[in-house]
Design a protein around this ligand. Structure first.
Ligand code: PXG
Length: 477
């Protein structure tokens, strides 16, 4: 007998229209989603996304939506790139898979490794492929500790990260991350990972200029190194701009001072570029803008624009030469490291980014335009402050505005105004991410100036709707 479930599974892919309700029922019955309260999801029903083109998505009800989050910070080239699909199709026919173990390699993986060495800052000549950003960071933990072992300093085990950082959801990735709610589940962090505070000027910089605060926040790294013992510390890891933590843009003094401190104590510097890499900030890698020369770079997301999963670690000469010359086997890797189909998607995606000058456009055209338009939203009664870096932007919804970012009065967390605002956005055809009451956009890099205007106009309209609602509920100061 054919079950209801099989009927839908077999039918759905070939159809233009979708029975949303049936899909939602099956979703609730069978699909455990990431980071999701399934009780709440079951009540609402998941929204079903069926198609994308450029910066737009369509759901199963035919509703058109501006994807202000580029999927999940990853669809840098935009949706509907037939040339990526064609390249992947041809590679699947030629060689869908072969592994890179046992002295074997494949053409797309070799070409991509060489291309990444060209694109990355000069200290990077080597790459280790993974399937995701989390696996890239797990690889980094093992590689850093292996490096220090080979250097005759095996006691250097401690990796310093930051509170409110996001580095993935595997055991090591979630441990490196500084999300308290994640540490509370599964006995994290794993041993040897410690955290310092984030360079969040709005939260921690009262009474200081931004430049002073940047130095102060970098100083927390030095204090932690001294606390742990300089001969015990292996590495520091940070995102150039914290993404999932709320688009936290550090003062310009922060990263050069972090670099100076790492150099002083001979500590490896790791830049997690899973979000910031491949043009998000207007450079191929965020560290180039921030004035840091990391030893290792984690990447994922934008390398394929999310068309096929791929991640990896760019390995700088200091670590690569030690691993290669002193190393013997590095006992680490994945079945799909250097997957030919994923590497093919990356090659075509990067070709598009180069041909359409998308990274340069973020630096010179779309990034500055988003800054002008998005920061003008501070005129809105609900917006306390707004910041952008390249095509990543965040604004704070506040109960009462202040003279400076430090004088704004926040809403009570229990009112979840960010979630309320996010719902208005979605209902009115624009996707924004809510991190508490900070609202975020990071659209595809292919967005045009006119589309930025369309997106910001829609955001302003939804801020009006949110304001109306919080006033009705008596939540404004
Ligand atoms: N590092 C950074 C900086 C990330 O942003 C990861 C590592 C992990 O990558 P994978 O591919 O394993 O997911 C990420 C992922 C959000 C959100 O809500 C952000 C991410 C993932 C899921 C949700 O903003 N970033």
């Amino acid at each position: 007998m054919e079950t209801n479930s099989t009927a839908v599974t077999l039918r759905a892919p070939a159809q233009d229209s979708f029975d949303t309700q049936t899909l939602q029922q099956l979703d609730a019955a069978h699909y455990l989603h990431p980071f999701t309260d399934h009780g709440a999801l079951r009540e609402r029903g998941a929204r079903v996304i069926v198609r994308g083109d450029g910066i737009y998505l369509w759901d199963s009800e035919g509703k058109k939506i501006i994807d202000g989050m580029a999927g999940l910070w990853c669809v840098n080239a935009g949706y509907g790139r037939a040339s990526i699909a064609d390249a992947v199709h041809a590679q699947m026919l030629a060689l869908p898979f072969y592994n890179s173990f046992f002295n074997t390699t494949n053409v797309p993986a070799v070409k991509l490794a060489a291309l990444l060495a060209d694109l990355a800052p000069p200290q990077f000549e080597h790459v280790f492929f993974t399937n995701s950003g989390s696996e890239a960071n797990d690889t980094i933990v093992r590689m850093v500790r292996r490096y220090w072992h080979l250097m005759g300093q095996p006691e250097r085990q401690v990796i310093i990260s930051r509170r409110n950082a996001y580095h993935g959801s595997t055991m090591a990735g979630a441990s490196l991350g500084g999300m308290a709610a994640m540490h509370a589940q599964g006995g994290l962090p794993i041993p040897g990972i410690v955290h310092i505070d984030q360079p969040n000027y709005a939260e921690n910089g009262r009474g200081m200029s931004e430049a002073e605060f940047g130095l102060e926040a970098a100083g927390w790294l030095e204090a932690k190194i001294l606390d742990a013992g300089p001969d015990k510390v292996a590495a520091f890891i940070g995102e150039p701009v914290q993404g999932a933590g709320g688009v936290i843009i550090p003062p310009s003094t922060y990263w050069p001072e972090v670099q100076r401190i790492c150099d002083k104590y001979d500590i490896l510097l790791v830049s997690d570029e899973v979000i910031c890499g491949f043009g998000r900030l207007g450079a191929w890698f965020g560290c180039e803008l921030m004035g840091a020369q990391p030893d290792l770079i984690a990447f994922a997301k934008g390398v394929t624009s999310g068309y096929v999963p791929l991640g990896g670690v760019l390995v700088g000469s200091r670590v690569a030469h030690t691993l290669i010359e002193k190393g013997g086997d590095f006992n680490h890797g994945f079945t799909y490291s250097g997957h030919p189909v994923a590497c093919t998607a990356a090659l075509e995606n990067i070709r598009i980014l180069i041909e359409e000058r998308l990274v340069e456009r973020v630096a010179l055209e779309t990034g500055p335009h988003l800054k002008a338009r998005f920061t003008s939203l501070v005129a809105h009664p609900l917006v306390g402050h707004a910041e952008t870096c390249g095509l990543a932007a965040g604004l704070n919804l506040v109960r009462r505005k202040g003279e400076t970012v430090h004088d704004c009065v926040a809403f009570a967390p229990m009112h979840a105004v960010g979630m309320l605002c996010r719902q208005h956005m979605f209902d009115n055809g624009v996707i924004m991410r809510a991190v508490g009451d900070r609202m975020i956009v990071a659209p595809p890099l292919s967005i045009t100036v006119a589309q930025i205007d369309e997106m910001v106009d829609r955001i302003r309209y939804c801020l009006d709707l949110t304001l109306e609602e919080v006033r009705e509920r008596g939540w404004m100061a």
